[in-house]
Design a protein around this ligand. Structure first.
Ligand code: PGA
Length: 247
């Protein structure tokens, strides 16, 4: 399973990032999971620099620009140079600030151009009985992948993160049956968008209140390839129990 720990802006001191990194290194040695850490940008380079473990690093976001006279922008080549190999793109917390579908596509292209594996976040704000949320998720995926070649599309990992489930508790997260339906649906959309070529093998993750209490049931029979984990990834003990639930 692929586990992406999205530390968001929860971790604000270097000592804590080092503690979480050390705990993750131990976990990666003893579990079958691939662990990807997404620390806040200022910490990524320092952690990745001396990394000799199996841990990989992800940018939490990347700039849609090509760099230059743009104060404050952190571009794909900067993240690649700092040691990131993945980039989270289109997270709902970025979409709510400024990321439109067009910007998300640009970011995907920037990531791919610098060999960062994109983790594309999609997900509806709320569910309805008419299935409009399915069309919404489809459109987010179709629009994001629109400018990519079939080969590039295959590199994109899709993280399904319904907004109504983010930042809550295991009890508010999606259940196994709904997740299994959604995973199938996303795989179908991906296959259609690539005219059936290989896209069915793209990785699909789930994120939104994954905690030690629900990770095992969500992993079992839901068809997901892994999880994008927010609040439960910034406490070393909780993160360890979470990974142990999967072994
Ligand atoms: P959460 O966040 O695990 O705190 O719900 C997941 C995410 O937003 O990536």
């Amino acid at each position: 399973m692929l586990i992406v720990a999205n530390w968001k802006a929860y971790v604000e001191d270097f000592a804590k990032t080092k503690k979480l990194f050390a705990a993750s290194k131990k976990l990666v040695r003893t579990s079958d999971c691939t662990i990807v850490l997404a620390p806040p940008a200022p910490f990524l380079g320092a952690l990745a620099e001396k990394n000799r473990s199996g841990i990989a690093f992800a940018a939490q976001d990347i700039s849609a620009t090509l760099g230059g006279a743009l104060t404050g922008e952190a571009t794909a080549p900067m993240y690649a140079a700092a040691g990131a190999t993945y980039a989270i793109i289109g997270h709902s917390e970025r979409r709510s600030m400024s990321d439109t579908n067009t910007i998300v596509t640009e970011k995907l292209l920037r990531a791919l151009a610098h060999n960062l594996i994109p983790i594309l976040c999609v997900g509806e704000r709320e569910r309805d009985n008419e299935g409009r949320y399915l069309a919404f998720v489809r459109e987010e995926i179709a629009s994001a992948l629109s400018a990519l070649t079939p080969k590039e599309r295959m590199r994109v990992i899709v993280a399904y993160e319904p907004l109504w489930a983010i930042g809550k508790t295991a009890a508010d997260a999606i259940d196994q049956r709904d997740l299994s339906e959604m995973t199938l649906y996303i795989r179908k959309v991906l296959a259609e968008l690539s005219s059936g070529r290989g896209q069915a093998h793209s990785l699909v993750l789930y994120g939104g209140s994954v905690e030690p209490e629900n990770i095992r049931s969500l992993a079992e029979a839901s068809g997901v390839d892994g999880f994008l984990i927010g609040h439960a990834s910034v406490d070393a003990q909780i993160f360890s129990s979470l990974i142990k639930e999967l072994s």
